[in-house]
Design a protein around this ligand. Structure first.
Ligand code: NAG
Ligand code: NAG
Ligand code: NAG
Ligand code: NAG
Ligand code: NAG
Ligand code: NAG
Ligand code: NAG
Ligand code: NAG
Ligand code: NAG
Ligand code: NAG
Length: 879
């Protein structure tokens, strides 16, 4: 909002571009001609002067002056115009050429010069005094250069011919020479955007031909001379952005029938608005903003050509009823476009006459006043309104349903009032909205889903209201949102809608201090432009999704005061821009890293998480039970020895048990066929959108997620295949067909296979297994890869090891001898042996299996199985 307001002001100040009308007035000062001839004479002098002028130009742009050579007459040189008869230079125009250099004093020798225009170059140094000799000079335009020094006081010494003097956008110092009061032909004096100081000379009041007096954006002080108001030809006065003080002569009895533009913005002018201004019936733009004006605004009824009234940032009004009555003096004005009265002392209610305003009004800004009462329903007559800014007032009552009639509305600010009621559904009619701010009111009810129609929104704040109910998914279906979305401090409930992924351009997202719950959606990671993410003070649970690792531009992340758990994501370390990270008052556990943002004590907040350890000492967390490398390798060695011992035992036990079990039948038959029908959506729901906390592991084959089926509550493991390997997807279904037909107590049961299309339209293939509670044997054998989510000590007793070995042996026996088709696993290793709740071993991962002696299934042998790597190289487990 701050930004847009600034834009608005800049826009206002430079709003008018006047067509420069320059009348060539010749002033044949015969006396001057007689006295100043001796030095300057003849066309050769001009040629010399031009060559000298060129000689001062430096730099790479010199080549544009190529034509200034002796092979052609100087009158044909670029930018040079000569008189037809006398062949003397009358005009020198070199505009927008990026020429760099100082101005040669020889210019003062071209005595027939009437116009010197060097707009838009890089001329620097002073304006040479010698220009004062050019008694025929009418137009001097040095706009947009880097001219420094003072304005030569004898610029006016010999000439009264000037009609236009423009040195805008340079680097001039010093003051406006009082001698300018002698430039009796001067019509246009434009000195904006320099570093001029001093005062406005009273003598300028003598310039009866002056039409444009523009000295904005300097450091001119003193008062504004009364006489300047008395210039009967004046069209435009701009003294904005200076240090002018005093009053504007409230009761001056003068008329300025031609005045069209009057701007004093950004000075220290006090007192009341002069009545004389209200008599300036040609006024188009009146900018009195950012001063110290007081009192009531007089009637503006005579200003029927006024299109812009800028009264903002003064002390106008008396904070009471009737202050805005001057609005009613504008009702017959059909030209009014912009009305800015913000940041004043206006009180009372919005006058009803506003509804009679001409529908031409585009901008209405009344923010930061003491305006009370309700928003008038009939404000809806202003159907062209683009900006409606009423923030920081005392307005009450509901937002009228009629707001939907302002279909051109782009900026809608009513924050910091006492508005109540609901946000009208008709807000969805405002499809041009760019920015909406309704923060700090008493608005109730839910956020209307119609907000999803506002597809041009860049920023929206509804914070600090009493909004309740869930966030409608449509509120996030606004890809245009790029600056901020702020829903802080309401009573919103439910989870973050999955549509959050549509906020791909959003910079700042704040839903803090609501009652939002559930898991943080994985697709929050799609909001890749996020720099600020504030989720604190809600009831979110579960881990920080790993997908947030894509939010690499984050500068601030606050998830404090939730019920989040799991480990502190390692990826936060690599977020170079992160300057603020608040994880406090959650249930995070594990190790706090010490790198990146975690190195900075004043940037990281972790208190109120009882299970965190490590981090930099300044965080005062307990030390983690670190496993030194020698410790780990020792355990590894022990584990290997135990495995080898176990394996030898297995073989002996196997022999015994094999004979015993031989009589028993396998508990399930190979051909059992109970296909579970699952869709992509049900898998998506079961795994919480493949969320990180459900990720069991990943590898080249894809990723395995834990999931809970909604229908049955059954726990499953879903292997989502990485389909980058085209062959994988082809053999996929055939392969799972084979696996579905084999069943054994010690084989991981494949419940079903899914082949379809995900919500992005990509192919999706997954295998659904029954879930093995205790993970892989490898995790049990090798502590270093033990992720220990459940916190159980993972140590297998000798007997457990033997049992697992026996389980594996059963399974292999079944595969090799009892199945319809003989299947050879080909990749048997601890990580492919999974343990269920009863510590029973199950063989999994048949991606590499060879199926023998079955013509029917031969095509599905390993040639293009779902796994990229064929076996684990250099490792053949004892089994
Ligand atoms: C200068 O003017 C004289 C006559 O006034 C003329 O003879 C001469 O050719 C001119 N030279 C140039 C360079 O124009
Ligand atoms: C002199 O100017 C003419 C006209 O631009 C150009 O064609 C010619 O090349 C220039 N001669 C030299 C020596 O630069
Ligand atoms: C032109 O002006 C320069 C510097 O201002 C001066 O030195 C020179 O004598 C003047 N006269 C001629 C004919 O160039
Ligand atoms: C005023 O201009 C004349 C040329 O017209 C110059 O010779 C003189 O030095 C200037 N005087 C001052 C005080 O700048
Ligand atoms: C001067 O420069 C400003 C900004 O670069 C530009 O907007 C303006 O049009 C220029 N004025 C002229 C007369 O070239
Ligand atoms: C204006 O010109 C008059 C005579 O032409 C002169 O006496 C007076 O000093 C000049 N004023 C200024 C401020 O230069
Ligand atoms: C305005 O100008 C008139 C003459 O044109 C003069 O009589 C009057 O005093 C001037 N008023 C002010 C306030 O300068
Ligand atoms: C305004 O103009 C009217 C005539 O159009 C005149 O009678 C009145 O005195 C003027 N008021 C002021 C304050 O200049
Ligand atoms: C507006 O115009 C109407 C009709 O011409 C007139 O009666 C009324 O006084 C005018 N109001 C203002 C404030 O000028
Ligand atoms: C919404 O816009 C339609 C036209 O698109 C208009 O007919 C309707 O009145 C508007 N609704 C409201 C509440 O202003």
């Amino acid at each position: 909002m701050e930004l847009s307001r600034k834009h608005m002001e800049v826009f206002n100040s430079f709003f008018l571009v006047y067509v420069k009308v320059i009348i060539f007035l010749s002033c044949f000062n015969l006396l001057g001609l007689a006295t100043s001839s001796p030095v300057v004479g003849g066309n050769d002098t001009d040629r010399q002067a031009l060559l000298q002028f060129k000689a001062k130009i430096t730099g790479y742009r010199l080549k544009v002056m190529e034509s200034w050579n002796s092979s052609i007459h100087f009158c044909q040189w670029r930018g040079v115009t000569c008189g037809r008869k006398h062949r003397r230079v009358t005009k020198l125009e070199l505009q927008h050429l990026k020429l760099s250099g100082s101005l040669s004093p020889y210019v003062g020798n071209m005595s027939f010069l009437r116009e010197l225009s060097l707009v838009g170059n890089r001329f620097y140094n002073k304006i040479p005094q010698e220009i004062g000799r050019l008694r025929r000079l009418q137009i001097l335009d040095l706009t947009n250069n880097s001219i420094s020094g003072e304005i030569p006081s004898n610029l006016s010494a010999c000439s009264k011919a000037y009609s236009s003097l423009s040195v805008r956008n340079n680097d001039l110092r010093g003051s406006i020479p009082p001698s300018f009061g002698n430039l009796s032909s001067l019509e246009e004096l434009r000195l904006e955007s320099n570093g001029l100081t001093g005062i406005i000379p009273e003598a300028l009041g003598r310039l009866t031909n002056l039409s444009f007096f523009m000295v904005a954006e300097n450091a001119i002080s003193g008062i504004f001379p009364t006489a300047m108001f008395n210039l009967s030809n004046i069209l435009a006065i701009d003294i904005g952005g200076n240090k002018i003080q005093g009053t504007l002569h409230f009761d001056l009895e003068i008329t300025m029938p031609n005045l069209e533009f009057f701007s004093i913005w950004g000075n220290q002018i006090s007192g009341q608005i002069p009545i004389a201004l209200c008599n300036a019936s040609s006024l188009d733009i009146l900018q009195l903003n950012n001063n110290r004006l007081t009192g009531n605004v007089p009637s503006l009824e005579k200003l029927d050509k006024l299109s812009e009234l800028q009264l903002g940032a003064n002390a106008l009004g008396r904070g009471r009823e009737g202050d805005l009555n001057f609005f009613c003096t504008l009702v017959n004005n059909t030209k009014l476009l912009n009305l800015y009265v913000g940041v004043n002392n206006f009180g009372g209610a919005l006058p009803k006459c506003i509804s009679n305003f001409s529908s031409t009004l585009l901008h209405l800004s009344i923010y930061q006043n003491k305006i009370s009462g309700r928003i008038l329903d009939r404000i809806g007559n202003l159907i062209k309104l683009e900006i409606l800014d009423a923030s920081q007032n005392q307005l009450s009552g509901p937002i009228p349903f009629d707001i939907g009639r302002h279909q051109k509305l782009q900026r809608f600010f009513f924050d910091n009032n006492f508005l109540s009621g609901t946000i009208p559904y008709s807000i969805g009619n405002l499809t041009m909205l760019i920015e909406v701010n309704l923060a700090f009111n008493n608005l109730q009810g839910s956020i209307p889903s119609s907000i999803g129609h506002c597809q041009n929104l860049l920023a929206m704040s509804l914070s600090h209201n009493n909004l309740s109910g869930p966030i409608p998914p449509q509120a996030f279906e606004l890809p245009s949102l790029s600056i901020f979305l702020d829903l802080k401090s309401n009573y919103l409930t439910g989870g973050l809608p999955l549509t959050v992924e549509k906020l791909k351009n959003l910079g700042a997202f704040r839903v803090s201090r609501n009652r939002l719950s559930g898991l943080l959606p994985n697709n929050l990671g799609s909001c890749v432009r996020l720099e600020a993410l504030f989720l604190e003070g809600n009831l979110f649970e579960g881990p920080i999704p790993s997908s947030l690792s894509s939010l690499r531009g984050l500068v601030a992340l606050d998830v404090s005061d939730n019920n989040l758990s799991g480990e502190v994501p390692e990826f936060l370390v690599s977020f170079g821009a992160l300057k603020y990270l608040n994880l406090s008052f959650n249930d995070f556990d594990g190790v706090i890293p010490s790198e990146g943002v975690f190195k900075n004590k004043s940037a990281t907040f972790v208190e109120g998480n009882n299970n965190l350890c490590g981090g930099i000492p300044e965080l005062h967390l307990s030390r983690c039970n670190s496993k030194t490398s020698s410790d780990t390798s020792l355990k590894l060695k022990v584990a290997i020895i135990v495995v080898i011992l176990g394996v030898t035992l297995v073989f002996s036990c196997l022999l015994i048990l094999w004979f015993r079990k031989k009589k028993e039948q396998p508990t399930t038959t190979c051909a059992e066929n109970s296909i579970l029908q699952l869709s992509y959506q049900s898998i998506l729901r079961a795994t919480d959108g493949f969320s990180i906390q459900n990720l069991l592991g990943s590898g080249s084959f894809g990723s395995v997620y834990k999931g809970i089926l909604e229908e049955s509550g059954a726990i499953i493991a879903v292997k989502v295949l990485n389909l980058l390997n085209r062959g994988a997807s082809r053999s996929f279904l055939a392969e799972c067909e084979a696996l579905r037909n084999i069943r054994h107590r010690n084989l991981v049961k494949v419940l079903t296979a899914i082949s379809g299309v995900d919500y992005r339209g990509n192919d999706f293939k997954a295998l659904v297994y029954e879930f093995m509670e205790y993970g892989s044997l490898e995790e049990w054998l090798h502590q270093s890869i033990n992720r220990n989510e459940s916190g159980i000590m993972r140590n297998l007793s000798f007997f457990q090891r033997v049992n697992v070995a026996i389980d594996v042996a059963y399974a292999l026996e079944y595969l090799h001898h009892h199945c319809e088709t003989t299947i050879i696993h080909c990749d048997l290793k601890p990580s492919n042996i999974l343990l269920d709740q009863e510590m029973v071993g199950h063989i999994s991962d048949f991606g590499l299996a060879k199926i023998l002696s079955s013509d029917r299934l031969n095509y599905s042998t390993n040639q293009s199985s779902s796994i990229g790597l064929r076996g684990t190289i250099g490792y053949a487990p004892p089994e």
